[in-house]
Write a protein that binds this ligand. Structure first.
Ligand SMILES: Cc1cc2nc3c(=O)[nH]c(=O)nc-3n(C[C@H](O)[C@H](O)[C@H](O)COP(=O)(O)OP(=O)(O)OC[C@H]3O[C@@H](n4cnc5c(N)ncnc54)[C@H](O)[C@@H]3O)c2cc1C
Length: 394
């Protein structure tokens, strides 16, 4: 039997994050940041102080080394407050930090992880390009070896934290004729000559308006050989592995957004009256709330199951395929669930749900991207179908 009783530490992490969000990331704060197109740097400093930025980093490098369920709980609570911040922290920890934790050499870990875990340095993770997203192996960015450096040329698009990160993990082809087997991974430092932020999509996005998203250009950008993560040609395997960690954060984030929309709806239906009664007393409204409740809990359990399997995989007790399948199930279900819950939350709020005076329209805008980034809903379906049938799609 699977036991999902939370440990004292997991409960403490959840409650600490909840308190932090209630104090520093209220719906009024987020609305102000969004209206001003503001990226809240001061909150990052506070999150660093609270250990949130280093929560997923190994303890030996100064992080909290949280287990996967504790990290999922933290992620859910952060997303309840602000999905932009959740995205930023997940990219920093689950994508950039995980790349280093699992694939960097000891010397590289000692060089980069302590400052990232302390929140002194922020990370980004760049796989997508203007011409390739789902088909990431179709990337055209190249890295040509030249003496003790690699010369990078190309562009990366839609990179969360891209314009503000100190370190960017960049995937590029060292052998362009070898398909996905020719992809390698590099860490590029902010300020490296030939690396430029060429566009910021931050304020013109549908949602995540407090999360900076950028297009990055590399033009004869010389990256020292010591910054290559892993051997040449191992980048694809490394990226797919890391995405399982990222997708688990996205799924937990989806639960958090939906929970926020659900709680806002419960409050609203008790106050708003129609035909002389609170709207929460009408059965058609109650049905929406009941469906929200069940679906949120189902998604949360899928997230916890995927988190449990990550721990089991790390301990050698679960296969890679089993873990990956659990993550894709959780991400797909949570992404679609979250969007539907937020849509119903707007419905419950009537016209008030259609304005930014109430947070539910933001929840819906933020939920939409969960089915796009880190592998779209269609890609998750392909992963699941391939795993269960053993067949590749036509
Ligand atoms: C706000 C935001 C932040 C992001 N942050 C990052 C980041 O930090 N780092 C990063 O590397 N990327 C990031 N991305 C990029 C994101 O991962 C990609 O957008 C995503 O992988 C989808 O790629 P695409 O947009 O090119 O869509 P496409 O690949 O062009 O897909 C378009 C549509 O076609 C469908 N499709 C494609 N191929 C298939 C297929 N084989 N079978 C069925 N359907 C298919 C897709 O499901 C989708 O519906 C971010 C994106 C956004 C919007």
């Amino acid at each position: 039997m699977v036991d999902f009783t939370l440990t004292d530490e997991q409960r403490m992490v959840r409650d600490m994050t909840r308190d932090f969000v209630n104090q520093h990331i209220t719906p009024a704060d987020v609305r102000r940041w969004e209206r001003d197109g503001h990226h809240p740097d001061d909150i990052y400093a506070k999150m660093a102080g609270q250990g949130i930025l280093g929560s997923s980093f190994p303890q030996e490098y100064g992080g909290a080394g949280l287990d996967a369920i504790a990290y999922a709980l933290l992620t859910e609570e952060l997303a309840k407050g602000c999905s932009s911040l959740r995205t930023s922290i997940s990219v920093h920890g689950s994508l950039c930090g995980t790349t280093l934790k699992y694939h960097a050499s000891e010397e590289q870990k000692a060089r980069w992880l302590p400052d990232m875990a302390a929140g002194k340095k922020l990370g980004a993770w760049a796989l997508t390009e203007p011409g390739s997203g789902s088909d990431a192996a179709g990337m055209t960015t190249t890295a040509r070896r030249d003496g003790e450096a690699y010369v990078l040329n190309g562009q990366k698009a839609w990179i969360s934290n891209g314009g503000i990160a100190d370190h960017v993990i960049v995937y590029a082809k060292t052998d362009p004729d070898a398909g996905h087997k020719g992809i390698s991974c590099f860490l590029v430092d902010k300020g490296t000559s030939g690396f430029e932020v060429v566009a910021e999509e931050t304020n013109n996005k549908l949602g995540l308006r407090s999360s900076p998203t950028a297009t990055l250009a590399f033009e004869d950008c010389r990256v020292p050989v010591e910054n290559r993560i892993g051997e040449e040609g191992t980048g694809w395997k490394n990226a797919m592995f890391v995405l399982n960690h990222g997708r688990l954060s996205v799924a937990a984030g989806g639960v958090g957004i939906a929970q926020a929309a659900y709680e806002a709806s419960i409050d609203y239906v008790q106050q708003r009256e129609a035909f002389g009664k609170p709207i929460g007393s009408y059965q058609l409204v109650q049905a929406m709330l009941a469906e929200m409740d069940v679906n949120i809990q189902a998604a949360r359990l899928l997230v916890w199951e995927a988190a449990r399997k990550r721990e089991a995989y790390d301990a050698g007790d679960c296969s890679y395929k089993e873990w990956m399948l659990a993550v894709s199930r959780a991400k797909l279900f949570a992404a679609e669930m979250s969007l539907k819950v937020c849509e119903d939350a707007i419905q419950v709020h009537g016209a008030n749900g259609y304005t930014d005076e109430f947070p539910v329209e933001r929840y819906w805008r933020d939920a939409k991207v969960l089915g796009i980034y880190e592998g779209t809903n269609q890609i998750q379906r392909l992963i699941i179908a391939r795993a269960v049938t053993g067949l590749k799609d036509a």
